[in-house]
Design a protein around this ligand. Structure first.
Ligand code: ARG
Ligand code: ASP
Length: 690
């Protein structure tokens, strides 16, 4: 009877566990702690299959691509998939008017045609190791934070130096997890000869552009293909024509079966940054102050940019990439603020904090939250002024340009290159309108006691932002390419007396002297306080499973394919198809103008159900772009590239109802390789499973 009772408890606990939301970004080295739950949800692999230092495991097929994306190996010959938006800048660098690979796509038809990318690296994790004790050798709690920092730095340096001496091409770093309650050593093998193999035309790889960004239904073929090269001993090497394709310890087999709603999936990649354990004050500041302020400022900016883009094809080309980067965060913040309000996260955290304070009365965490409250109260006005500055004055292109020239004018070559690049994509009427909108925005948002005197003087002198704009744009030399090109080393005075440079400099000085020191001091105090609060949360909620905030280290997230209900009476199915691309196709709208070839293929019939993208509940964030999305057996079913905007608050709080990652179905990649690129030969080196 007692046995039965225990068994029952076990079942109930396991039941609750597996009902838990698919939240979490787990450390692969500790995946044995999650493996039971993963298997209960459908995984057919062991912890050792996912991460092992003794045998080849899935981790050996995943790379940090560049410094902010993920990629995965798909052949024994170093072939790698990542996103189109991750490869974008490399594709762009190889593009010219004669070979516009962004517009037309690029398909190497043999190894000789693959293109080298100086500066691009891919990093394979060799191992990760808990080094908390080693990092804190020599530290005791009576020491100051300064002393602690320097001990951590010295010990970390020893550890990384030793790790890097153990092989060729190794890079090592020590990362603090849980706000420095834990330290892990990460050792990578870094490859430097990474060649571009293929990219679809942007009309496929960026299909839907900014209109569809963060949205479902989605039909973007967001992939590009690279190949890693090594020296004859399979070790990292600088680019050389004698290098040979890298033989990985492991590569992913590709599933041709596809996914259905409910299927188990997991994502193996490098999420960049999350803050799941912050206080209600931080969340309230983000969702109620920071996000709305920045959204409003960017709305103004985007309206101006779009107005001009709609009037001229040339301006559209000049500003499309700028508009994309303004719009990306702008849309993400909207989902974040809305999601936090809907989840009542501030209220929920307040309630939690009240219980925590009560509990902390008898222990060493007494006062931790009160201290954080005080620090935020002190910091936020300064931080708010800073955020307004960086979203207004700092975005005026003329000012940025003036300051860059000031920094580079002694280096003729750099100055020239920078000047050419600037004017190629500069449309002065946009900047003039933005100048007025941003000066007014800053003046309205920032309380008087924080404003620089300079701003008050100039507005008084010229009567309005418009008057000030006229004075700056009429008298600056930085709108005149020829004059800037003619500047020589002797012309320091011209630069320093220029009204655009002066404006940049006055604001920067104001920030540097009045905001920065206070923000930095309080931020580091906040960080220290979080170390205690984090440990406190772990002690307070003993039964809860904690995962460290994302910090671009390798993580595993798991969940399942699932649609969602974004608003009343709407249900989004989790799989999109080629039929949807044809429905969106519109030759008159740049973002929806698909290649004729794709129309022709479709017209022949039978391709309506070709899968394109799918949704799942995997907990991901920026940096997870390009991550392999794997089925229960560890076969590749997709590539992660985005989330739905209604769920972008998952960086702070995960809502199982609407947080969805968006993946490209791997079969749409194969379709493109074969039928759009005519590069079916690449499939010969891949392995497929049904
Ligand atoms: N939203 C995705 C991410 O945060 C994709 C961004 C690139 N695509 C775009 N249309 N801007 O990286
Ligand atoms: N689009 C993001 C990236 O590039 C992924 C995300 O934020 O979900 O990493």
């Amino acid at each position: 009877m007692k046995k039965l009772f225990t068994l029952l408890i076990v079942f109930i606990v396991a039941g609750i566990q597996s009902l838990r939301a698919d939240e979490g970004m787990w450390l692969p080295a500790l995946i044995s702690q999650r493996i039971g739950d993963m298997q209960a949800k459908g995984l057919k692999l062991s912890a050792e299959d996912i991460y092992s230092i003794n045998k080849a495991s899935l981790k050996d097929a995943v790379v940090l691509f560049g410094s902010g994306c993920t990629g995965e190996l798909v052949s024994a010959e170093g072939l790698l998939f990542t996103n189109h938006h991750c490869g974008y800048s490399y594709i762009q660098k190889h593009s010219s008017v004669e070979h516009d690979y962004l517009k037309d796509g690029f398909w190497a038809m043999n190894r000789e045609q693959e293109l080298a990318n100086p500066g691009l690296t891919v990093s394979f994790l060799q191992y990760m190791e808990d080094v908390t004790d080693k990092v804190l050798v020599g530290y005791n709690t009576s020491m100051s934070e300064r002393q602690r920092d320097s001990i951590v730095a010295v010990n970390s340096k020893k550890l990384t130096a030793k790790a890097m001496s153990e092989g060729k091409g190794l890079r090592a770093n020590v990362e603090g997890l849980f706000y420095g309650n834990q330290y892990f050593l990460f050792v990578f093998k870094v490859f430097r000869d990474v060649r571009l193999v293929a990219a679809p035309p942007s009309s496929i790889g960026k299909f839907g552009g900014d209109t569809d960004n963060w949205m479902w239904p989605r039909h973007t073929g967001d992939f590009s293909i690279f190949r890693i090269y090594a020296d004859k001993d399979n070790n990292p090497a600088e680019y050389s024509k004698d290098n040979v394709p890298y033989t990985p310890r492991k590569f992913f087999k590709i599933s041709l079966k596809g996914v259905n709603e409910g299927d188990f999936t997991f994502v193996y990649g490098c999420p960049g940054s999350t803050k799941e354990y912050v206080t209600s004050d931080e969340v309230a500041y983000t969702a109620e102050v920071s996000d709305p302020t920045k959204i409003a400022l960017r709305t103004k900016r985007l309206d101006i940019v779009k107005k001009y883009m709609n009037q001229s094809q040339a301006v559209r080309i000049q500003y499309s990439s700028k508009a994309a980067s303004i719009a990306n965060a702008w849309k993400k913040w909207q989902g974040e603020a809305k999601g936090i309000a809907k989840m009542k996260t501030v209220e929920a955290k307040k309630e939690f904090e009240a219980r925590f304070k009560e509990w902390a009365k008898g222990n060493r965490y007494n006062g931790v939250l009160e201290n954080l409250e005080k620090l935020y109260q002190e910091r936020n006005p300064y931080f708010f002024a800073y955020e307004n500055y960086s979203e207004t004055i700092r975005v005026i292109e003329l000012l940025q340009f003036a300051s860059n020239i000031e920094r580079n004018f002694k280096n003729q070559k750099a100055k020239e290159a920078y000047t050419e690049a600037f004017f190629k994509d500069y449309h002065q009427p946009i900047d003039e309108e933005i100048f007025v909108a941003m000066v007014n925005g800053f003046n309205k948002n920032v309380p008087d006691e924080f404003k620089p005197e300079y701003l008050k003087e100039k507005l008084a002198e010229y009567g309005s932002a418009e008057g000030w704009r006229d004075a700056v744009f009429k008298n600056t030399i930085f709108t005149d390419k020829e004059k800037v090109l003619k500047l020589t080393q002797k012309d320091e005075d011209i630069i320093k007396n220029d009204p655009a440079y002066q404006m940049y400099e006055h604001f920067y000085r104001w920030y540097y002297d009045n905001l920065r020191p206070t923000i930095n001091r309080l931020n580091s105090e906040i960080r220290v306080a979080y170390r205690d609060y984090m440990q406190g949360q772990m002690d307070f909620e003993k039964g809860k499973d904690f995962y460290p905030d994302a910090n671009l280290t390798l993580r595993v997230a798991y969940g399942h394919v699932k649609g969602y209900n974004p608003a009343d009476a709407i249900y989004y199915k989790p799989v999109s198809t080629l039929k949807g691309i044809i429905e969106k196709d519109n030759p008159d709208i740049f973002d929806y103008n698909i290649p004729q070839k794709l129309r022709d293929i479709y017209a022949k019939g039978g391709r309506e159900n070709q899968p394109v993208c799918f949704l799942a509940t995997n907990h991901t964030t920026g940096g997870n772009s390009g991550s392999p999305v794997l089925d229960a057996y560890g076969n590749l079913v997709g590539i992660n590239f985005d989330r739905v905007w209604e769920g972008t608050m998952s960086d702070i709080v995960y809502d199982p109802e609407v947080c969805r990652n968006i993946s490209l179905d791997v079969r749409y990649i194969l379709f493109n390789i074969e039928e759009i690129g005519g590069a079916g030969y690449l499939l010969k080196e891949m392995e497929f499973v049904d």
